[in-house]
Write a protein of this length. Structure first.
Length: 205
C-alpha cells in the first residue's frame, strides 16, 4: 500500500477492480470493441498459441501496450528460479520455466489488437497467415517486456519475414503511386484527342 492505495504489478494475475481503473479524462466513453469481435479474436489467439499460454483474455488495466503476459510467478521470481536451477544443474531450466502457466491479456482499445481482430475475421488464406504471424509476434513481444525471453535470437527469423512483407508492400505502394500520374496523363491526352476530332472533321467537310 502507498498512502492508502493498493499497488498491483501489471504482470500479476491479481484482478483489479474496474472502479479503480476508470479514468476521469473521458476515455471510458470511447467506442468499445464489440463482444462478438472479442470472442472471435480470443478463440483465434488461443488456437494460434496453443499450449504456450494457459489462457487468453481482454484486460482493462492496459493503456499504451497492446498486450501483457501475466503469471502467478513474477519475472523476478522466474529469474531467481532460473539462477538456482542453473547452479544446481537441474536439466534444462528453460523447459521448466516455460511449463509455468501464463495468461496473455489483450488491450481491446489498442489499434493493433483491433486490426488483428479484423485480420482474424478475414476468410482469405494470406490474410489469416499474416494474422497468425502477428499474434505470435505480439505474444513474444509481451514475453520480452516481461523478461521471459532469454535468447531473442529465437524470434529473429520471424521478424525478418515480417520485415520482408512490410518492404514488399511499401514497394508495391510506391509503384502504384508512380503509375498513377502516367495513367492520368494518358487519360488526359485521350480526352484532348477526342475533343479535337470533331474540329478536324469540320475542316475536311
Amino acid at each position: 500500500n502507498f498512502k492508502g492505495k493498493r499497488l498491483v504489478s501489471v504482470d500479476s494475475e491479481e484482478e483489479i477492480e474496474k472502479e479503480i481503473l476508470k479514468s476521469d479524462d473521458g476515455d471510458d466513453a470511447k467506442k468499445e470493441m464489440p463482444e462478438a469481435s472479442r470472442d472471435d479474436l480470443e478463440s483465434f489467439v488461443k488456437e494460434v498459441l496453443g499450449e504456450r499460454v494457459n489462457g487468453v483474455k481482454f484486460s482493462d488495466r492496459l493503456v499504451n501496450s497492446p498486450a501483457v503476459v501475466t503469471s502467478a510467478i513474477s519475472p523476478q521470481m522466474r529469474r531467481m528460479m532460473k539462477q538456482m536451477m542453473a547452479q544446481s544443474g537441474q536439466g534444462d531450466q528453460n523447459d521448466a520455466l516455460q511449463a509455468i502457466p501464463m495468461t496473455l491479456e489483450l488491450n481491446p482499445d489498442h489499434p493493433t489488437v483491433r486490426k488483428l481482430g479484423d485480420l482474424a475475421a478475414s476468410k482469405e488464406a494470406r490474410t489469416e497467415d499474416i494474422a497468425k504471424v502477428a499474434v505470435t509476434q505480439l505474444f513474444d513481444n509481451a514475453c520480452i517486456a516481461a523478461g521471459m525471453v532469454d535468447d531473442p535470437r529465437t524470434i529473429l527469423d520471424r521478424l525478418q519475414k515480417m520485415l520482408d512483407v512490410c518492404v514488399e508492400q511499401a514497394v508495391s505502394a510506391a509503384d502504384l503511386t508512380r503509375a498513377a500520374p502516367a495513367s492520368e496523363a494518358t487519360n488526359a491526352a485521350t480526352e484532348v484527342t477526342k475533343e479535337e476530332e470533331p474540329i478536324e472533321l469540320k475542316k475536311m467537310e
